[in-house]
Design a protein. Structure first.
Length: 156
């Protein structure tokens, strides 16, 4: 996962399509936030991860902490601070001993995903989900190629 909001590959794709980014993705040469992928590539100043990528990373860290500590995942913590207990706090020192069974790990992971999906139905995607959709479309319909590029390739 790129540590920037948009990878340079994503910037190139938006630029080739002649599209702006859906949200600010970096800075232009004058230091202003921009959605222009070409300006971000030219300045080499993309924004660090945030939005969906930051949320995805936060979910993974929450899942890892809950699985490793046997404590509660974020969605399981009571909102009343007087009832908070069993929080997941991790000091990472790796050992090859399994801390949970595969079934327990799967249950915890599924509960976290279900909680996130329930909080915002239809608006949440897991990392890589869009790539799978795009791959299925490409397998069914063929690879999309810009007309100018196709003409250039055919002329070779």
């Amino acid at each position: 996962m790129a540590m920037s909001q948009f990878s340079y590959g994503a910037l190139a794709t938006y630029q080739q399509k002649g599209e702006l980014l859906p949200v600010d993705g970096g800075f232009d040469a004058e230091g202003h936030l921009t959605r222009d992928p070409a300006a971000i590539e030219a300045s080499q100043r993309p924004l660090p991860i945030g939005y969906w990528k930051g949320s995805g990373l936060a979910m993974m860290l929450d899942m890892i902490a809950a699985l490793l500590s046997g404590g509660l995942a974020t969605h399981q913590i009571p909102t009343d601070p007087l009832r908070e207990s069993g929080l997941s706090q991790v000091f990472l020192a790796l050992n090859l001993v399994r801390l949970q069974s595969a079934e327990d790990s799967a249950r915890t992971a599924n509960a976290i995903v279900e909680s996130v999906l329930a909080s915002n139905p239809g608006a949440v995607r897991y990392p890589g989900e869009q790539i799978l959709v795009t791959r299925a479309e490409n397998l069914a319909l063929g690879l999309p190629v810009r007309e100018e590029l196709w003409a250039e390739l055919r002329a070779l």
